[in-house]
Design a protein. Sequence first.
Length: 85
Amino acid sequence: MASQILPLELIDRCIGSRIWIITKSDREFTGTLTGFDDFVNMVLEDVTEFETTPEGVRKKTKLNQTLLNGNNICMLIPGSNGPDS
């Protein structure tokens, strides 16, 4: 019989590792997941933000730490360094 894992349990297993987050807007984030809550608000460290402008140009911004609102998160990819990898 296959074991089941709940979504928040999977996210909890990703704490301390790299994660790629795609948001509902034209932004993507990669960083080390340091924490989250029941609403999937997330804290990332050593972050790279990727933003696609309306002209199609991809901007890259380095951040020490960021807090992402769980309502804006569309997809999580554990163990990934983002679109450049």
